[in-house]
Write a protein that binds this ligand. Structure first.
Ligand code: DC
Length: 227
């Protein structure tokens, strides 16, 4: 696609498919900015919990998502000047983020903030609806997936998310992941689905380095030749 703006690469897929590691490596290889949109839903959830808001209070959640001061750089997430990088990765915020992500006013506010990132250079944006709702005209769309068992065992061995956290074992991690998947896939507002023009990369049984190499090669080829 020929566009006046800098390239946008959309990386979507369910939890534990490897989006974060792959997107970061891809952004670094291309010299683009990396934006984790899941962290934005988590930050809104953290603020809602912190401020004692009901997780179904759509007007209040929508205002929060639209107006809160929120910064994301490659390593750190802040809200209203507080570093919440670790605080948004708890089991409580996993569940709260899946709930606020169902609220249309939250999605509208965050999608419009996400579109703003495209003005400033090449972008790798990771999430659930990047290729379908945020940037339907993205230059390249990748949909990363893996079997449910493999995604659960990856999450379980990830120190930020996994076993041992709050005493969780593999079956707790697998159940929590399945519940969030179900919520992401069945919500009314921008459910997780693969865009028609996305390239599916199934990472089941494939190591991270091989997945990164494959995604970088797909993206480079598409950027050179167009869709
Ligand atoms: O990728 P993650 O687990 O950090 O995302 C947190 C929650 O936000 C998860 O329930 C999916 C949801 N989400 C979303 O609905 N849309 C996005 N673009 C990114 C995340």
């Amino acid at each position: 696609m020929t566009t006046a703006r800098d390239p946008v690469i959309a990386i979507d897929g369910p939890s534990g498919a490897g989006k974060g590691s792959v997107s970061r490596a891809l952004a670094q290889a291309l010299g683009y900015r990396y934006v984790d949109t899941g962290a934005m839903y988590r930050a809104v959830a953290w603020m809602a919990v912190h401020n004692g808001l009901a997780l179904d209070d759509e007007p209040a959640l929508g205002r929060l998502a639209a107006e809160a001061e929120l910064t994301l750089d490659q390593q750190t997430v802040t809200v209203e000047g507080h570093d919440v990088t670790a605080a948004i990765r708890t089991a409580e915020i996993d569940a709260a983020a899946a709930r606020v992500a169902r609220v249309p006013a939250v999605r509208d506010a965050l999608v419009s903030r996400q579109r703003g990132f495209a003005a400033a250079g090449g972008l790798v944006m990771e999430g659930r609806d990047i290729g379908t709702a945020v940037f339907p005209g993205a230059d390249v769309k990748i949909y990363l997936d893996a079997s449910a068992d493999e995604r659960a065992s990856r999450r379980a061995s990830d120190t930020a998310h996994g076993m041992g956290r709050d005493g969780a074992d593999l079956s707790d991690v697998a159940h929590a992941l399945a519940a969030r998947d179900q919520s992401d896939r069945t919500r009314q507002s921008s459910p997780l689905v693969m865009a028609d023009d996305a390239v599916l990369v199934d990472t089941t049984g494939i190591g991270l380095d091989a997945v990164v190499a494959r995604v970088i090669s797909i993206v480079r080829e598409r950027l050179e030749t167009g869709p």
